[in-house]
Design a binder for this molecule. Structure first.
Ligand code: GLY
Length: 361
């Protein structure tokens, strides 16, 4: 199989059944004592390394290019993610992202800088297409970690970010269809609902774009200095004001310069309740390889998913979460809850797409 070299390296001698059956132990509470006992990542990478979600190939390419030119990893990843935020065709991030239920695009992002252990975050930000860059200003220019809503917009305006309409025609049309298909008894109609005698044909709505997608990017330079960023338009058609995991430090993004950096994409509510990215980094601190660390955090989510509507007939989570992990020495890995997902990696040699390891097939 075309699993990444990191995954092969780290998973080849792990019996999956043993792994799953011992996962309760794997999810045991990590104590400061256990963290202090293990400092396994003293080596520095020979070349800069950047990892991103499957939509982040331009981001890892840009990040490594800028780190090679001498940029701080946090500036490099924010510039890389900015390419995807600017892309109108990516409906999960920035400009062109799918809107909330009122048709307004609300963006979330956070950044974390390993060497200074500083973080900056914005949530529910409207009309500014690069929330990651705004979050970086929060990190650098304020004594705060997180700004939301109107306050975040006011801050961005003050920093000179341009206000613009982020709702592209494609995203607007998707939202109009989603709204019209919500109910047969409300007053919103699609074109094909205007039929004689109000005989409404049954329609397949599976082609209405919907995303929990996001971009995460973590990078390390040859000093072993790390940074991470996550940026998203969040859950499509969400209730206005809904905030996912992406801007929450420790959920959608976490960096510890002694250990590594991790991030998440997918169902934000589940990642928030698991402190997902923090878990992944702590598993690496306790000696797990990056892919194992991601799988353990996913298993923890699976073990704590109790509501029937979030589980399939086998009792497994029926939603997607993907974790991305980068260790201080440049080792990397990614795992997803299920199925076929990909991530982007630049290991200093080239940028490419690799397959995530699924917890469930
Ligand atoms: N992971 C993105 C979100 O749930 O908002």
């Amino acid at each position: 199989m075309a699993y990444c070299s990191g995954i092969l390296r780290h998973m080849s001698d792990i019996n999956r059944r043993d792994f799953l059956s011992t996962s309760a132990a794997a999810a045991a509470i990590i104590t400061p004592v256990s963290l202090a006992r293990k400092q396994p990542h003293a080596r520095k990478p020979r070349a800069p390394v950047a990892i991103s979600s499957g939509n982040g190939l331009p981001a890892v390419n840009k990040a490594v290019e800028l780190i090679r030119e001498g940029a701080d990893p946090v500036d490099a990843i924010v510039a890389g993610v900015g390419i995807v935020e600017d892309d109108p065709n990516d409906m999960s991030v920035g400009y062109g992202g799918l809107p909330n239920e009122r048709g307004e695009v609300e963006l979330d992002a956070c950044v974390m800088h390993g060497p200074s252990h500083k973080a900056g975050s914005v949530a529910g930000l409207r009309r500014i297409k690069n929330p990651a860059a705004v979050a970086l200003r929060v990190l650098r220019l304020t004594n705060h970690a997180m700004l939301v809503g109107e306050g975040a917009l006011e801050f961005a305006r003050g920093q000179g970010f341009k206000e613009e309409n982020l709702l592209t025609n494609r995203a607007r049309e998707a939202w109009l269809r989603w709204r019209a298909e919500l109910s047969r008894t409300d007053d919103w109609l699609t074109e094909d609902q205007q039929v004689p005698n109000d005989v409404v044909p049954l329609r397949d709505t599976s082609d209405i774009p919907f995303t929990e997608g996001t971009i995460h990017c973590s990078a390390v330079d040859t000093n072993g200095d790390l940074a991470g960023v996550t940026s998203t338009s969040g859950l499509s058609y969400k209730i206005p004001g809904r905030v996912g995991d992406s801007p929450i430090i420790g959920a959608g993004n976490f960096t510890d310069n002694l250990v590594g950096s991790a991030g998440a994409t997918g169902r934000g509510e589940s990642v928030i309740k698991s402190c997902g990215a923090f878990q992944v980094v702590q598993h690496m601190a306790n000696g797990d390889e990056p892919t194992e660390a991601c799988l353990k955090a996913l298993k923890w989510i699976a073990n704590h998913t109790r509501r029937g509507r979030l589980r399939n007939e086998r009792g497994e989570p029926n939603f997607q979460v993907t974790f991305y992990a980068l260790r201080k020495d440049g080792a990397y890995g990614s795992a997803c809850m299920r199925g076929r997902r990909t991530f982007a990696i630049h290991d200093g040699a080239d940028g490419r797409i690799e397959r995530c390891t699924p917890l469930y097939e």
